[in-house]
Write a protein that binds this ligand. Structure first.
Ligand SMILES: C[S@@+](CC[C@H](N)C(=O)[O-])C[C@H]1O[C@@H](n2cnc3c(N)ncnc32)[C@H](O)[C@@H]1O
Length: 550
């Protein structure tokens, strides 16, 4: 394709003003020769093709489009290495290509009509962009979503099996049971963190950030249409916005670090308990001014809760002067109304939750997941008569261990919880004593006792556990049964492989083998799915001296 041809044609229709188009008038003139501050190539002054850079000015880019998004779109069209320059205040961007071929490869001619936006990605309305960001499966029916998630699990399990082929003769390493749906499909999130900022019309609002601050995005979109946000959380967010609009203090601006109002977190539980956490930047506010604000916020939200007919259990304020986004781990919460905790109901138990503690965001579906864990453990009793000791690793507020201990009655003799977050440990201790009359013990005390069948459950953060934890599990001879709960089966695959790989110096101990697995959907409309895998110690695995393990 000749340059002139390309030059004269628009790469997509510009009949509608708001459509993204490529301004090809600039194209030829922008073969960079080292006279522009935009040049990044080390040999930019060279005239030799290949050591120059090509700059394309792309017009009508919505302000909220991130560089990452534009890069991804260009990559889809085989545009090769590209660097994007865009400010969140610009409605255009520059794309820098290393060579002309990258920019206009032979496939371009076929695609010129929809070169930049084949799926309408950039032209989506802000609400659609937000929906695609936080609930990317929203356009699929729920059945299609479940199928999509089951396929994802199959793919990831088959990757696992391919790494250790001796696990099975089939494509999957173990039995995969049919995926289990969430009992609630919309408004299920019991915890949402909202940013206080400005919408596309530059009006103060409270909602979700479209993209991330890191990408230079600071547009906030109201969650009105967000499928996974509860109606109550939406109402609270609106009330917060109304309050801030009337406030003498400005919203916090992530760019220049000025302003007061930063974010609001809403935890609204199945139990009807509601926790609201508001975060502000103190800026120049005196203690007296902050105290006045606390009184005003309390009055406002207590009145609002009465009028909107919900139970405001806990209203907390966090004053944070740091630069990070989100709840600050090292700053206290000031309880300005109600209690410092809320409670949640699940599986006949009542769990205390501190502001920092993790609790599964979809309570009703989490209950289904934990019941499934209970079912798997119960099946072990057929062959195992001894009392069961349950090690709940990454136990959070103790939900899995406590709920199973209560539901499986006498079968569980002892629960040992291990958790990083101190507040969650305190909750877990409280929850253990108030739900079951057994105390959480330490792993150490268990090792001393060394009696009964030991079942370990690990429910780690997304990335899985460190390989040293897997090594410790393999080396702990007392553990013969192991349940792994993962919310990202792709990221957890390495853990699965390390649990089951043949014994080496690096991974001593008899390996485990997967027995069965099941997906449970805790996140309708979103991409994630929980995967539960049951592992057994491989009793047939030959030990070092050629003997079978005992
Ligand atoms: C996915 S949550 C599961 C919590 C709990 N099992 C539940 O269902 O509510 C993961 C938990 O692991 C904890 N955690 C993260 N790293 C840890 C570590 N190195 N050791 C122990 N716990 C950890 C987190 O604080 C969090 O509570």
């Amino acid at each position: 394709m000749s340059e002139t041809k390309v030059n004269k044609k628009r790469l997509m229709s510009s009949s509608e003003d708001d459509k993204l188009e490529i301004d090809t008038n600039n194209l030829d003139s922008k073969k960079l020769k080292g006279d522009s501050e935009d040049i990044v190539h080390p040999n930019e002054s060279s005239q030799v093709e290949g050591s120059t850079q090509w700059r394309l000015r792309i017009k009508n880019v919505p302000k909220f489009a991130s560089t990452k998004m534009i890069k991804e779109l260009l990559a889809k069209h085989s545009c090769g290495d590209v660097r994007i320059k865009k400010s969140h205040e610009w409605d255009f961007c520059y794309a820098f290509f290393k060579d002309r071929q990258s920019l206009f490869n032979q496939r371009h001619e076929k695609r010129k009509k929809n070169f930049f936006d084949p799926t309408g990605e950039i032209q989506r309305s802000p609400e659609e962009l937000l929906a695609d960001q936080i609930t990317p499966l929203h356009k699929l029916s729920y059945e299609e979503q479940l199928k999509h998630k089951e396929d994802l699990i199959k793919k990831s399990l088959s990757k696992f099996r391919n790494k250790i082929k001796e696990l099975s003769d089939s494509n999957l390493p173990c039995i995969l049971q049919p995926i289990i749906s969430s009992p609630i499909i919309e408004g299920y999130r019991n915890k949402c963190e909202f940013t206080i900022g400005r919408n596309l019309n530059d009006e103060i609002t409270v909602g979700f950030l479209l993209g991330s601050f890191k990408d230079g995005i600071n547009t906030v979109i109201e969650p009105d249409k967000s499928l996974n946000v509860s109606d109550l959380a939406k109402k609270i967010v609106k009330a917060m916005k109304d309050y801030i609009v009337m406030s003498p203090y400005d919203i916090y601006d992530n760019k220049n670090k000025k302003g007061t109002w930063r974010m609001i977190t809403v935890r609204s539980q199945v139990s009807d308990d509601v926790m609201i956490i508001i975060q502000i930047h103190p800026q120049e506010l005196t203690e007296e001014k902050i105290n006045q604000e606390k009184v005003a916020l309390t009055e406002y939200f207590e009145t609002f809760a009465r009028e909107a007919n919900f139970n405001l259990t806990s209203l907390l304020l966090q004053v944070y002067d740091g630069v990070n986004n989100g709840i600050a781990d090292d700053k206290p919460f000031d309880c300005i109304s109600g209690t410092h905790f809320i409670f949640e109901k699940m599986m006949d138990c009542r769990f205390r939750i501190s502001p920092r503690a993790f609790f599964q965001t979809n309570t009703l579906a989490a209950q289904v997941l934990y019941e499934k864990c209970g079912e798997y453990i119960k099946d072990l009793f057929v062959s195992e008569k001894e009392p069961v000791i349950l090690i709940d690793m990454c136990c959070g507020t103790g939900t899995i261990g406590i709920a199973l201990s209560k539901n499986l009655g006498d079968k569980i003799d002892k629960v040992i919880g291990i958790e990083l977050c101190e507040e969650a440990v305190e909750d877990a201790k409280f929850n253990a004593t108030s739900n079951v009359e057994k105390n959480l013990r330490t792993l150490y005390s268990y090792k001393q006792a060394n009696a009964g069948t030991v079942v370990a459950i690990v429910d780690p953060p997304r990335a899985g556990v460190h390989k040293n934890v897997i090594k410790a599990l393999r080396e702990c001879k007392a553990i013969d049964y192991f349940l792994y709960v993962s919310c990202d089966c792709n990221l957890a695959t390495q853990n699965f492989v390390d649990l089951c790989r043949p014994t080496t110096n690096n991974f001593p101990g008899v390996p485990f083998k997967p027995v069965r697995a099941v997906g449970v959907d805790l996140f309708p409309h979103a991409k994630q799915v929980e995967l539960l895998i049951e592992f057994h110690r491989d009793k047939d695995y030959p030990t070092k001296d050629g003997l079978k393990s005992d």
